[in-house]
Every structure is written in C-alpha cells, then in structure tokens.
Design a protein around this ligand. Structure first.
Ligand code: PGA
Length: 244
C-alpha cells in the first residue's frame, strides 16, 4: 500500500519531525511504501540526502516555474531536495481559492519537474440526488484531461471527502468501496479500463489505528493519505502495525 503522512502544519518542531522520520524508517521495511509530507522547511531538512526507503512529498507545489516569485516553493526545488511526490489540490488549499484550473496547472508543474502528483478530490457533502458525483467527475476530468495518456498514468488520486477530514469518523468501508468503483469508472473513461485498474487511488479523512485495517480490506483503495494520526509517533506506529 501507499501510505502518505500529511503533516500539514501540525509538525513545527524539528525533534518531533526527526522522531517521526525515525519511526517511518523502521516501518518502511514492512513492505508498504511510506511517504512523508512535511511542511516545506522540514521537507528540505529530511529528504535532502535521504538514502532510506522512506519517500517524501511536498504538501503543495507552486504555479510558478521560478525566477522572480518571492515565497514560492517550485516543483523543481521540491524535486531537487529529493522528493518523489507532490500533493496537489488538498481541500485546505482549495478552501483558499484553488480552482480545478489551478490544480490542473499545478499538476503540470509537478509532472514537468519529474514529481508524481497526488491529486486530492472530494465532495463537501453528499446530497440525496447524488449531484456530488458530478462534482467528483469534474475534479477528476479537469485534472487528467490536459495530460497525455502516459502522464495520466502517473497521477495518484486521493479521495478525501471534506466531511470526513479532521472529523470524528471516517467513511464506512462499504461506502468507500462504492465511491472508489465510481472513481475507477470515471478513470476508465479518461484512460482505459486497463489504465483505470492500474491507477493508484487513496483514501483520506479521519483514518486512524481503529479503522485503517477495515478500510484497507473492504475499501478497494491502494493506500491512505493520513493527517492527524500520522503526526504522533505512537498512533503512526500503531496505524502501520495494523497493516502488517
Ligand atoms: P485527517 O486529515 O486524517 O486529520 O482527517 C486527512 C487529510 O486532510 O489529508
């Protein structure tokens, strides 16, 4: 499985950052791919010169290529400190005004720099008529359509319903399974049936040691994007142990 630890701005202490990295090193030997997504300063500090199996992601990527762009972390900077992935379009970025068009442009930046984009999609809420499915389809289509078929295969999708992020309860495994089937159907239209079957789709939203095994078993996902439970060494270790 692909396990992405999204530290958000929870981790602001270098000692904790190091402890989490040490725990990850130990756990990365168990066969899952472990990706840490620290805040930008810690990303550079931890991933530069990293020779372990643990991989790194940025939490965002700039729209700018470089040059006169004060304050930006460009895709090339992220690539050149040793990151493999870039999270793009997290709901907390979309809440700051990031549209599907901006997300698509950021995916372009990431791919051109050689980073694998982890593109977050997810509905605010579910309506009984299922209109939210159209919104999800639009998020996937606008992310993938500008890409070539080869590039589309590089995209990791992270389904993160907003109502489950930072909440008390994750989605039910059966509901997750259902929506992942829908996302794969949309992917099959945009790539191919074979391509859709191979695509990596993650789930994120209140994943913790008590639910990760059931979500992994019944949910039909290839991994998780984890916030709160990934920033405390004890729960992070417990979480990964559940997947052994
Ligand atoms: P959470 O966050 O695990 O704290 O709900 C998940 C995310 O936003 O990626």
């Amino acid at each position: 499985m692909l396990i992405v630890a999204n530290w958000k701005a929870y981790v602001d202490d270098s000692k904790l950052a190091k402890r989490l990295f040490e725990a990850s090193k130990a756990l990365s030997r168990v066969g899952h791919t472990l990706v840490l997504a620290p805040g930008a300063p810690f990303l550079g500090a931890l991933s530069l010169g990293n020779r372990t199996k643990v991989q790194f992601a940025s939490q965002d990527v700039s729209l700018k290529e470089g040059g006169a762009a004060t304050g930006e972390s460009t895709a090339l900077m992220i690539k050149n400190v040793g990151a493999t992935y870039a999270i793009v379009g997290h709901s907390e970025r979309r809440a700051l005004g990031e549209t599907n068009v901006v997300v698509a442009d950021k995916i372009r930046q990431a791919i051109d720099a050689g980073l694998l984009p982890i593109v977050c999609i997810g509905e605010h809420e579910r309506d009984p008529e299922g209109k939210y499915l159209g919104g999800l389809r639009e998020q996937v289509a606008s992310a993938l359509k500008p890409l070539t078929p080869k590039e589309r295969a590089l995209v990791v999708l992270a389904y993160e319903p907003l109502w489950a992020i930072g909440a008390t309860q994750a989605i039910h495994p059966d509901d997750l399974h259902e929506i992942i089937l829908y996302i794969r159907k949309v992917l099959a239209e945009l790539t191919s049936v074979k391509g859709a079957a191979k695509s990596i789709v993650l789930y994120g939203g209140s994943v913790d040691p008590s639910n990760i095994a059931a979500l992994g078993k019944a949910g039909g996902v290839q991994g998780f994007l984890i916030g709160r439970a990934s920033v405390e060494p004890k729960s992070f270790t417990a979480l990964l142990r559940e997947l052994l």
